[in-house]
Ligand binder design. Sequence first.
Ligand code: ZN
Length: 272
Amino acid sequence: MPEDAGPAQQKCIVCFQPRLAVTAGDAMGLIMSSDLEQGTALVLFSGGQDSATCLAWALSRFARVETLGFHYGQRHVIELDCRDALLAGMKRISGEWASRLADNHTLEIPTLGTISETALTRDVAIEMDEGGLPNTFVPGRNLVFLTFAAALAYRRGIRHIVGGMCETDYSGYPDCRDETIKALQTALNLGMDRQFELHTPLMWLDKAATWALADELGGAALVDLIRDQSHTCYLGERGERYDWGYGCGKCPACQLRAKGWQQYAAARARQS
Ligand code: ZN
């Protein structure tokens, strides 16, 4: 028997994902506070801690927010499955956020996996190479992601693109550098003849500050949601629950997340 063929099942013409039902907020043209940006933002949303925090940041700032995830053969594809729980949780945290959340897109780019012999896309141990980069580095991944995001944004008339790139705790990935993102913004605007703005709210934050930002944006409810429902572990492990969330506890991503959580929790304890 066919599933509900109502308006909620319409597909996006660009990514062919089911479109969300039009909410009452959309129908009314949204009720906006004076400091809210009027445009739409497209958030790179993988289901990890950083992108979940970026989504909350965008929901606090833009009148309408769409999300985009990529499937490229990553070992930790489980993080894409975390997106639904995170989206549902954010809607519960705030009625305003619920009214601003719009389409959630997924783009398939398996080509990135086929040309990347890395520990994120192959079943090999995670270690450092001679240049000091971890072998989780997928060359140019953020350049590819942001270029696809801009192409999607172009088709959908969206100006603002939000990503969780961070130069502070970035494992040395050169495509996370602020300079790289600024250069790419210039290239995208020249190449597509648009005025995209690439926003990277986490660029100068460490992981402890990222937890603190979540606290500031959505209080304990958002911190708990991100801790329990976001996924960071490179190995895709969700079997064991630590005080910082689920993961293997050993890979570089888990260790970075754990260290940030401990620093954030210690600072919070000192304040109370
Ligand atoms: Zn891990």
